[in-house]
Design a protein around this ligand. Structure first.
Ligand code: CA
Length: 677
């Protein structure tokens, strides 16, 4: 299969994959082929590949079965021939190859070359290159102390007490800043997020000021490690890629820097970005894709320790749970340690505040538990979550996979709720399909599963769930709720395709209802950048390599759809002010969240519940939340007392001055009504 095809299929499969989880359940143990790697000696020292100190420069490559290893040193990052080659020495006790040079080789580049089964493999920067030349072919030797912005030692991300307090904004660097309407100078770069005071053509804040105005607590940046698909020597071609094609896991992507040929620039500029966001009170979550590599035989894993880092079937062929041609082997010690050390490195060197694991179920639960535990030691505020599914079959037995359904067996890991996603808006892969918020009956119980963050609740009947049939989470901190993300149609496009006869005004009403469900549900809310201004992707669902004309956010939409922006701001403010929406235990939810009984036959697409008795220490004694996804007004009985409206008819007022209700409340079609007493 050619690469374009594999990437397309991967992106398609990555999107939902609930069905593939069920299909891929497998009882096979590690394949006969992969058992040969179990007794490889491992090495977990902190001096893998490169160390520069007062004694000079030392190299140590892990490659237990290599017959010879050669180190090449270069003056240039991409062209030219080595100015020196060094034969490395084998250390059989830990499977590493070492070489030392007496000078500090700052400014130089290096590669390794491994002889395996009588054959010299291609040069590789290794798997631990922390700085690289353009296109990531050679590792660079730089002084990391020189890459720190001023005040870096004091830099800190926001402190997070409970992960349900986090509000995630998922963005791609290029989408966010590349449009001329962004008013941002460093378009498509890390530095875009350091620019203050940028404005849309209509004079409204964009960039980091927009994020502050919106009120999100964390940005989740799409892959920002060095990926394969964009030619860093030809940036004038304006290439675009999501970046799910990892090349060097421990160096930033060059096309997001102002100069990919300067190995320090990408490091320095990414740190500047993190610092600017931290100063704005915003955390930075990185999307990480340890589950597969862009290339198979040509990957840095294969070129250093052939066979080891990827999984295989019994016949030695690559298994492919990623849908991208291969999958990695987190269940083998050296790979497990690699993932753990890599995220720790990003947390430590770049002050990253969270990690979103792509196709997390390709990894085993033990690895994910260790990832979370080790990151907690670096910084207890670090948030770890992932896609609890695979995109194809894997030799890793289902009971070991970090699946959504296994989340309660893990510690400090959250998973995306595809339950609420598909139930609210309609199925992700069927563009015309509608959901609860767009008037399709039969999704009510699945939305309720989302509202209680997939925890056990006496009034939720999991047998009626569309996707999952049991309460798979034991805490709301295990669930990330969302209605859309970079994969598939944006919410705007989904509403245009599933409500073909409606106006955009009507669709925006549905969008508000959909996101009100997400932002008031228990768990952690997650949104896709630009939806707050009704951003679209011109109907393209798999835009992983679409041009800027599809992917760029048009910031003129902010003035045009200011009512939408105001609503999102209000939703976020409401959630932040009211801990009732952010309960921290399943027991609290069962005790303080009470659904009204509703006749589904008579009044479909209606959900009503109360957050009662100052839930989670809320200042409001009782909060009534009513969602009406139908196209008819619905009336709900209210308990005694006077109820004040905080959300009504597409408006939000966190001070709850939108009118009062007693006895009953009528909810307009396709809106939410939130009351307090
Ligand atoms: Ca790259």
């Amino acid at each position: 299969m050619n690469k374009t095809m594999t990437l397309i299929s991967a992106a398609l499969l990555m999107a939902g994959a609930v069905t593939s989880c069920q299909k891929t359940a497998s009882d096979s143990a590690r394949s006969a082929y992969d058992r040969q790697f179990e007794d490889y000696p491992t090495y977990n020292g902190d001096d893998l590949e490169l160390t520069v100190d007062s004694t000079g420069t030392r190299f140590r490559l892990w490659s237990p079965k290599a017959e010879e290893v050669e180190l090449s040193l270069y003056n240039e990052g991409l062209n030219g021939t080595p100015y020196q080659t060094v034969q490395m020495t084998f250390q059989p006790e830990n499977g590493t190859w070492t070489a030392s040079l007496p000078e500090q080789l700052y400014g130089k580049y290096y590669t390794f070359k491994v002889k395996h089964d009588g054959k010299w493999l291609a040069e590789t920067p290794g798997v631990w290159a922390k700085a690289v030349g353009a296109n990531g072919k050679r590792a660079a030797i730089i002084d990391f102390a020189q890459t720190d912005p001023e005040g870096w030692a004091e830099d800190k991300g926001p402190k997070v007490d409970n992960f349900t307090d986090v509000i995630v904004y998922e963005m791609h660097h290029r989408d966010f800043s590349v449009s001329p309407t962004s008013g941002i100078a460093n378009k498509g770069k890390f530095l875009a997020l350091t620019e203050q005071g940028t404005l849309s053509p209509e004079g409204l804040p964009t960039g980091i000021d927009h994020l502050k105005e919106l009120g999100v607590t964390h940005v989740h940046i799409l892959p920002s490690y060095d990926y394969n698909s964009v030619d860093e020597t030809a940036l004038e071609k304006n290439q675009y890629n999501w970046g799910y094609d990892p090349q060097n896991y421990n160096a930033p992507e060059g096309s997001y820097s102002t100069d990919p040929s300067d190995p320090a620039a990408r490091v320095k500029e990414m740190k500047q970005m993190v610092k600017a966001l931290h100063e704005a009170g915003i955390g930075v979550i990185m999307d990480v894709v340890y589950n597969h590599t862009a290339e198979n035989d040509g990957s840095n894993f294969e070129l250093t320790a052939p066979g080891y880092y990827h999984r295989h079937w019994d016949d030695g062929s690559y298994s492919d749970a990623s849908g991208c041609g291969n999958e990695t082997a987190s269940d083998l010690q050296q790979m497990r340690d690699y993932i753990i050390n890599s995220v720790k490195y990003w947390a430590d060197e770049y002050h990253i505040d969270g990690f979103r694991f792509d196709l997390m179920a390709i990894h085993d639960m033990e690895t994910m538990n260790q990832v979370a535990a080790e990151l907690k030691k670096v910084n207890p505020s670090i948030f770890v979550y992932g896609e609890g599914w695979t995109a194809g079959d894997s030799p890793l037995p289902a009971e070991q996979r970090a699946l959504k359904e296994n989340v309660a067996k893990m510690t400090d890991i959250a998973v995306f709720s595809d339950d609420i996603r598909d139930a609210v808006k309609g199925h992700y892969s069927n563009a015309e399909d509608r959901g609860f918020a767009t008037g399709k009956p039969g999704n009510e119980e699945t939305v309720k599963i989302g509202i209680v963050a997939a925890t056990a609740h006496p009034q939720v009947d999991y047998s009626k769930g569309n996707n999952s049939k049991f309460a798979y989470a034991s805490s709301p901190e295990m669930i990330v709720n969302y209605v859309s993300c970079h994969d598939d149609l944006t919410l705007t496009d989904k509403l245009r395709k599933s409500m073909p006869d409606a106006t955009d005004e009507e669709r925006m009403k549905a969008a508000k209802l959909a996101q009100t469900i997400i932002f008031t549900s228990q768990g952690t809310p997650f949104m896709f950048a630009g939806e707050e201004i009704f951003r679209d992707k011109k109907g393209v669902h798999n835009s992983y390599q679409s041009p800027d004309s599809i992917n760029a956010i048009d910031w003129s939409l902010k003035a045009k759809n200011h009512d939408q922006m105001d609503y999102y701001k209000g939703l976020i403010a409401l959630r932040k002010q009211h801990p009732a929406f952010r309960m921290t235990t399943a027991e609290q939810i069962a005790e303080h969240l009470e659904f009204d009984s509703i006749d589904r036959e008579k009044t479909p697409n209606l959900i009503s519940y109360t957050l009662k008795d100052n839930a989670n220490g809320d200042s409001w004694k009782d909060i009534k939340v009513i969602f009406n996804g139908s196209d008819q007004p619905r009336t709900v009985d209210l308990p005694e007392g006077t109820w004040q409206a905080a959300v009504k008819d597409g408006k939000i007022d966190p001070a709850a001055n939108l009118g009062t209700f007693t006895g009953t409340a009528t909810v307009s079609p396709r809106t939410a009504l939130i009351l307090k007493r």
